[in-house]
Design a protein around this ligand. Structure first.
Ligand SMILES: Cc1ncc(COP(=O)(O)O)c(C=O)c1O
Ligand SMILES: N[C@@H](CCCC[NH3+])C(=O)O
Length: 428
């Protein structure tokens, strides 16, 4: 079955497990993919994205789901979640353009403006004026209204509120109590009234606590949602939606349990109370994290006084999360005979000239030898998106899968791509 865009919508896999562990991937296929498309390589299973979407949508049957594109902006991902029914939440003009150009209609696109650069407003308002007239702009500061007015924008507007409640897997990803994000809660009613008076089409309120919320963060989530419910009931304008953000966490460690989504959904409904507006949730990571694997070749093995150090060709420029948040990602040796080798304490490091370029330290992994491929799990969210060209390293390719189908969704960069912006400085 396919929808109007010719996108496959029939998900035939009968089971819908809440977790896809790294060990559930087919090692033989991963080995073949990395030898065919070269290393390092992101692999993304669109079928798994669909499963994740369906599980989440089933837990929140009355809610509208807006996929937070920042987790993974690959066009097939945007199309897949849109074909399942998701709107797209965009953090920049670039993401907004990606969503619209992927064929997502403007009424399903929401641009969340955080300290919006001039170019972002020019581009997004430009698209709105040129026909994408049903997109929604979410403001997080009152002076963004002036800047929108200056550009003639009087379209759909949402006000992001700072709920004063933060949560997440690391202090660097808690946004809910960070003054940078949103209009202070106490001034939100005023902000809505002012936006309405000034002629904007005020349609919603928004808040987001942070990213990687676990069961332990449920009280913070409840508090945020309850505040948003109160605000919706006292709002000086009729609202179409109340967006309580995303942030739903996924298990990264092999022994971690999945988030109890039904408990989160129930807490959300209870805390929100009766509101005359649609609940919106805005997940990114939950939909794509375990749909992605990063494959990387072992090129160096050395025994050192500090232990066995393995060098691979992916680094912090390929997957930044371990270096930035000390994030744990499962790692598996997918060599054909890995199961027969001893598990050794090994430190896996990349090729970047930074001592933070480490994927794991003294981790028990089947003995790595030069030429093996390692799979790094849960790499579908904030993996490729946070990749950089530091050390003039080209970014890797992304191959998408769906059942037996596979295709390159993003080609590998070359050194020519990395250097193509250089200009001759004539006076040198
Ligand atoms: C405004 C907003 N919405 C949604 C998300 C999605 O978060 P996650 O990928 O944790 O679901 C984020 C990221 O933290 C965000 O900043
Ligand atoms: N980049 C973060 C999530 C931040 C989400 C954006 N506010 C991570 O990898 O966990």
């Amino acid at each position: 079955m396919s929808n109007d865009d010719g996108i496959e919508t029939d998900c035939t896999m009968p089971e819908n497990p809440e977790i896809r562990r790294l060990a559930d991937w087919d090692d033989e296929r991963l080995r073949r993919l990395v030898s065919e498309y070269a290393s390092p390589l992101y692999v993304l299973d669109l079928h798994r994205v669909r499963e994740n979407y369906r599980r989440l949508a089933a837990a929140f049957p009355d809610a509208d789901v807006h996929y937070a594109a920042k987790a993974n902006t690959a066009r097939p991902v945007l199309r897949t979640v849109h074909s399942e029914g998701a709107g797209i939440e965009c953090a920049s003009a670039g993401e907004t353009v990606r969503a619209l150009d992927a064929g997502v209609p403007s009424e399903r696109v929401q641009y969340t403006a955080v300290n919006p650069p001039t170019e972002d407003l020019d581009i997004v308002v430009g698209r709105w004026a040129e026909g994408d007239s049903d997109l929604t702009i979410t403001i997080g500061a009152m002076d963004t209204l002036d800047r929108l007015e200056d550009r003639g924008y009087d379209g759909r507007l949402c006000v992001r509120v700072n709920p004063g409640v933060g949560a997440g897997h690391h202090e660097k990803v808690a946004t809910g109590a960070d003054a940078k994000f949103g209009v202070p809660y106490a001034r939100a009613g005023e902000a809505l009234a002012e936006a309405d008076d000034r002629g904007f089409d005020v349609v919603g309120i928004h808040a987001h606590a942070g990213s990687g919320i676990s069961g332990e963060d449920l009280d913070s989530h409840r508090e945020l949602v309850s505040r948003m419910g109160d605000l919706a009931r006292s709002a000086p304008v009729d609202l179409e939606f109340v967006d309580v953000g995303g942030g739903f966490g996924v298990p990264y460690r092999e022994d971690e349990d999945p988030l109890d989504l039904d408990a989160v959904a129930e807490a959300t409904r209870e805390a929100l109370g009766e509101v005359d507006a649609t609940l919106v949730v805005e997940p990114g990571r939950y939909l794509v994290a375990d749909a992605g694997v990063l494959l990387t070749d072992v090129n160096t093995v050395k025994e050192t006084p500090d232990g066995r150090v393995i060098g691979v060709d992916a680094g912090m420029t390929t997957l930044l999360r371990p270096a930035m948040y000390d994030a744990y990602h499962p790692i598996r040796n997918v060599a054909p005979d890995a199961g027969d080798r001893p598990a050794l304490a090994q430190t896996v490091t990349g090729p970047i000239c930074e001592s933070a370029d480490v994927f794991c330290t003294d981790r028990s992994i089947a003995e790595c030898r030069r030429g093996d491929a390692l799979a790094i799990g849960n790499a579908g969210a904030y993996g490729y998106e946070m990749a950089s060209q530091y050390n003039s390293r080209p970014r890797p390719a992304t191959v998408v899968l769906s059942g037996e189908e596979e295709a390159v969704a993003r080609r590998r960069e070359t050194i020519a791509d990395v250097t193509r912006l250089e200009r001759e400085v004539e006076w040198l």
